[in-house]
Design a protein around this ligand. Structure first.
Ligand code: NAG
Length: 182
């Protein structure tokens, strides 16, 4: 019975923890490795069309701001966290490059480009780091209201000690990420 349940789970189109197949991207299936930024497909929600270099992604209310960070050294599949924007311990990486429109959110460490990657296309999924690839799970939009949206999905990065994906229509103000020069 148990193995039957497992088999049915495995036969779902996208099961937890599996790499997300390219075929499920609905709006933007182009390579994410194209530089400079490419044009935005029509039909997406408002997209801030700006490229950011080496910015903090500052999150939270003015009285309690934290920054998106990747624990160092980078290891594929490690979830990103939030930490003090003033952190100087060297335990975490805090600055990111964003490409315009649906694009990647990356940093470079010892010659490897690491990218934010959704662990799956489901609410409550973690956001991991993986080497840069053309996976749809590395394609993000910084919206005009400063949410980080998984391209083509109603999923945005909700900040917490360990950020997760949640419905983009939440209006409690805790989903915003402000690109900020350190
Ligand atoms: C981020 O942008 C800077 C400036 O263009 C560049 O030197 C660096 O290689 C970029 N890093 C990544 C991971 O793209």
């Amino acid at each position: 019975m148990l193995s039957f349940a497992l088999l049915s789970l495995l036969s779902l189109p996208f099961s937890f923890g599996e790499p997300i197949p390219q075929s499920i991207c609905v709006l933007d299936c182009q390579s994410t490795q194209v530089y400079p930024p490419r044009s935005i497909p029509t039909g997406l929600s408002p997209v801030r069309r700006t490229t950011y270099t080496d910015v903090l992604l500052v999150h939270g209310r003015p009285t309690h701001q934290v920054c998106l960070a990747a624990p160092l050294p980078p290891i594929a599949g490690t979830a990103v966290i939030t930490t003090s924007c003033e952190e100087t311990s060297g335990n975490d990486w805090l600055t990111w490059n964003l490409t315009s429109g649906p694009g990647t959110i990356t940093f470079e460490y010892e010659g490897v480009t690491w990218a934010l990657q959704a662990a799956s296309f489901d609410p409550n999924s973690l956001i991991d780091i993986f080497p840069l690839s053309s996976s749809a799970s590395q394609s993000w939009i910084l919206t005009s209201d400063n949410r980080i949206q998984l391209a083509g999905q109603n999923l945005c990065i909700l900040g917490d000690t360990t950020p997760i994906l949640q419905d983009c229509t939440a209006t409690d103000g805790v989903e915003t990420w402000i690109p900020t020069t350190p």
